[in-house]
Design a binder for this molecule. Sequence first.
Ligand code: HEM
Length: 336
Amino acid sequence: MAGISQQRVKICLVLCLVGIVSASTYSTSSSSTTSSGTSSNSLLNPLFYAIKCPQALGTIKTLVNNAVAKEPRMGASLLRLHFHDCFVQGCDASVLLADTATFTGEQSALPNVNSLRGFEVVESIKAALEYECPGVVSCADILAVAARDSVVALGGPGWPVGLGRKDSTTASFSEASSDLPSPFLNLDGLIDAFQKKLFTANEMVALSGAHTIGSARCLLFRSRIYNESDIDPSYATQTRANCPKVGGDSNLSPIDITTKHSFDNAYYTNLINIKGLFHSDQQLFSGGSTATQVKSYSTFPLLFKLDFANAMLKMSNLSPLTGTQGQIRKVCSRVN
Ligand code: HEM
């Protein structure tokens, strides 16, 4: 017994230490700026709407909770929307701009088309906020808060979201096509894709834990379940049942086979059991250099949650538009 409690104390100490180190890392790197995507969050402030729209955060939370209660997968979809926003031009709601006859935005880029969901939930939050406080709360801030509230609604960690982002008047089809990581990447490719946005390999592994919730289409993991060898045979058989060799491209499978609606660390345990759905997921364990971290997250769920929260905070600070830059869109899918 004494041994076990001593071990617990040690783990707590390690977690506290990690927390302090992580917190200091992020606070010192928070005001740097580069061209390729950066944390320049000095102008973002969690209290930004405290006077101008005090009910904003409560409204977002209520509407996210309602949407997730109705359909748990919506939490995953809202989290992914924020990621796909921030990795292209920074967190500026560019991903929400719909294509028109004269404008091609990010939604038709390969990683997004027939894939991103949750636009109607974001739009309904925006409509509620426009009613409560017209012209005050940006779509980019709605995405950042909705992502955090989605994770919390599914049992994951929270983090303090800085606010005051403005919305872009532009979007980038080409950056969405090139900068969002593909599920066919090897470990080196994943590390490079995140390095481009100034994330370390460790942060990439932590952020990938988002795949503990949500679903994916057959065409994105077919080659893995039929051709790869680092896969549990019974898991492959089970997944093939809803993803035939030919056809059924849009059939869905949970990314985390064990607890698809729970934001826990089961994703990492699955990887150790060679039950990763995407080639890219399995690479975090099978690819070598990040396997130890996968094992740590599988053993210490709190460590994963802490690192995930810190990395999400960093992601949500990527190149925001602030001050006189950008605009507050009235409707998230189009510029004013
Ligand atoms: C590490 C590199 C990553 C790759 C290669 C990747 C790739 C993918 C792919 C291919 C899908 C399925 C899309 C579809 O079926 O149409 C997906 C789903 C998802 N991704 Fe990622 N992703 C990565 C990182 C992330 C990160 C950093 C987050 C968030 C922080 C995230 C959150 C999600 C979520 C929540 C889903 C499920 C969405 C839903 O059910 O609607 N992913 N990802």
